[in-house]
Write a protein that binds this ligand. Structure first.
Ligand code: ADP
Length: 414
């Protein structure tokens, strides 16, 4: 059984083809600059097949999918012999609104509900829908499943998801905290639970998904009870280019300073803020850590560098805010068994993990500095002996969650 996982953005489409008997990836790739000019990077994992990494015309998502299928089935680049070897498609769907508590087999009703959710995620859902329609055209009859970023957080209690604004916006317009990165929080919290060996069933985890977009979740007994992102992925900790939680009056104030519309002001908060806004030159944490004069391997000061103050400040703001949310989630959980770091920054930056955990020493959380500098690429326990809670680094795998859910929904297989 092979499952094709699709993550469609407005001008990009990422894919991975899984063999679900082994859960191994047969090929993966990225269609970039769709609707602009087009570029495809296609990478088979089968040894005698070639990588394709070239500009190629990609006018629409439908044409992108059809070129991906050509590559997957071609003699030189392919890993399957024909289209019928794709048994199902799983789509990452960013927002499920108040309707979806779990993954769903895509049919006309699901598409109608997704269309209704566009008002909650106007940038993301139209792109998801383009990916779904493109697959329906290219692979008629192949079952498709939508896996929602918001679904894992449906267990958040009312007092954590209701905003203190007039209640009618919740009742009439579905405005509430939804949360995102659900597949990632779900995946790493399940792995952490396996490693905790806690048989009481009473577990308290905080999962930190730190990537270009970052969010934290408080996970009690395997269920999300709070998360930092809100009705949109703008809320919470500062991110690469997003401001995270700030005084909402800033919208009015910035609009007045620069004579901007609300839309243009929101663009600043979404695309020009976060660590990019503070540092000014890049949103990429590797660039910022190097500019700040930290050794990428150890996370400590690089003695040969001349640190850029704003790069250091950007990292300080980020790590402080993450630590502050961790503190608040220890309150929400009533304690902490394990703190988990995942995603591009959480998995790869010894500096960020150490700087966050430095803020947590006062509440007994300590990491082993030497183990923290190990680049494992796999599960890593960085807990120090004197720590009151475990601290784990766990590589996330959102695509595998999507592929597994797709199998479960279509073939009733776990
Ligand atoms: P996305 O949200 O796009 O999936 P990722 O989870 O891939 O993002 O995370 C991307 C971020 O991870 C970037 O800011 C990148 O700089 C950062 N990152 C990747 N490797 C490292 C590293 N070795 N040290 C510090 N940051 C890293």
């Amino acid at each position: 059984m092979n499952v094709l996982v699709i993550n469609a953005g407005s001008s990009s489409l990422k894919y991975q083809l899984f063999d679900m008997e082994t859960e191994k990836i047969l090929a993966k790739g990225l269609c970039d600059r769709i609707g602009i000019d087009g570029h495809l990077k296609h990478k088979p994992t089968v040894s005698d097949k070639k990588v394709f990494d070239e500009a190629i015309s990609l006018p629409t998502h439908a044409e992108a999918i059809s070129i991906v299928i050509d590559k997957l089935t071609s003699d030189d680049y392919g890993v399957i012999s024909c289209l019928s070897e794709i048994n199902a498609v799983g789509h990452r769907a960013v927002h499920g609104g108040r309707k979806f508590f779990g993954s769903a087999l895509i049919n006309d009703e699901v598409i109608m509900i997704l269309e209704d959710c566009i008002r909650l995620a106007p940038l993301h859902i139209p792109a998801n829908l383009m990916g779904i329609r493109a697959c329906q055209i290219a692979m008629p009859g192949v079952p498709q499943v939508a896996v929602f970023d918001t679904a894992f957080h449906h267990t958040i209690p009312e007092h954590a998801y209701i905003y203190p604004i007039p209640y009618k916006y919740y009742e009439e317009n579905d405005i509430r905290r939804y949360g995102f990165h659900g597949s990632s929080h779900r995946y790493v919290s399940a792995i952490a639970l396996e490693h905790l060996n806690n048989t009481t069933g009473d577990t308290k985890l905080i999962t930190c998904h730190l990537g270009n977009g970052s969010s934290l979740a408080a996970v009690k007994n395997g269920k999300s009870i709070d998360t930092t992102m809100g009705v949109t992925p703008l809320e919470g900790v500062p991110m690469g280019t997003r401001c995270g939680s700030v005084d909402p009056s800033l919208v009015d104030i910035i609009a007045a300073i620069d004579d901007l519309s609300i839309k243009d002001t929101m663009d600043i908060l979404n695309k020009k803020s976060g660590v990019l806004g503070i540092y000014g030159k890049s949103s990429d944490f590797r660039d910022i850590e190097i500019a700040a004069g930290y050794d990428m391997d150890t996370g400590f000061d690089d003695p040969d560098s001349s640190p850029d103050k704003r790069a250091r400040l950007a990292l300080d703001v980020f790590c402080y805010q993450v630590a502050k949310f961790i503190g608040s989630y220890i309150v929400a959980l009533g304690g902490l068994d394990a703190l988990i770091f995942t995603a591009g920054i959480g998995e790869n930056s010894p500096y960020v993990r150490r700087a966050i955990c430095d803020h947590l020493k006062g509440i007994g959380i300590n990491i082993d500095e030497q183990v923290n500098a190990v680049r494992a690429g796999d599960f890593l326990d960085i807990t120090a002996e004197n720590s009151t809670s475990k601290v784990f680094v766990i590589p996330t795998n959102e695509e595998l969650v999507i592929a597994r859910d797709t199998m479960e929904i279509i073939f009733n297989r776990k």
